[in-house]
Design a protein around this ligand. Structure first.
Ligand code: PNS
Length: 170
């Protein structure tokens, strides 16, 4: 069995993230989503809430694609390479929306390999989601805009709650 990790901030998970995880499952039989802190980003949702939203998104997607129920979700408490070692992951799988993502990801990929030998596999993001970023999603919700077609069910409500906004329809 080949284990890989799809790591990210997932603050919050978007349909673009979900697409990358889904595609990782077409190549690897054991996929673990690792929800981690990125020190370069100020977080809105706490790590457990982020992980819960990823689990809910996968459970919902598994209704149409049952194999997605096998994907595990865990919080990465420290270094990603330590997490990979603990669970026996041989590689990290990351989606790239474009050159900006590559510029950000390449140093991390090289550092992770330097630290532990773990390789990173980049998947080109689907063009349908090339404009979708967690930071933009949060900004849109902050200003009362619509994001339901960019994120899995339940995410909008979680963001509204974290921002102290009333629930939709109340
Ligand atoms: O979704 P993101 O913000 O691009 O994901 C980046 C993330 C969270 C995967 C990265 O910051 C990370 O691996 N954090 C865990 C701590 C760590 O290993 N830092 C050293 C990275 S070389």
């Amino acid at each position: 069995m080949t284990t890989v990790v799809c790591p990210g901030s997932f603050d919050p998970i978007t349909l673009g993230h979900l697409d990358v995880v889904r595609r990782a499952t077409t190549m690897f039989d054991d996929v673990v989503v690792g929800v981690a802190k990125n020190p370069g980003k100020s977080g809105l949702l706490d790590l457990e809430t982020r992980a819960g939203l990823v689990r809910a998104a996968l459970a919902s997607a598994a209704e149409a694609e049952p194999h997605l129920a096998r994907v595990r979700v865990a919080v990465v408490p420290g270094l990603l390479v330590d997490f990979c070692r603990e669970i026996g992951a041989v590689a990290v799988v990351k989606g790239l929306r474009g050159g900006g993502d590559f510029d950000a990801e390449q140093p991390m990929a090289l550092m992770n390999r330097h630290l532990s030998g773990v390789e990173t596999i980049f998947l080109p993001g689907d063009q349908r989601y090339a404009h979708v970023a967690s930071s933009l999603v949060k900004d849109i919700v902050r200003h009362g805009g619509p994001v339901d077609d960019l994120v899995p069910a339940g995410v909008t409500e979680a963001l509204r709650a974290a921002l102290g906004q009333p629930a939709a329809g109340s």
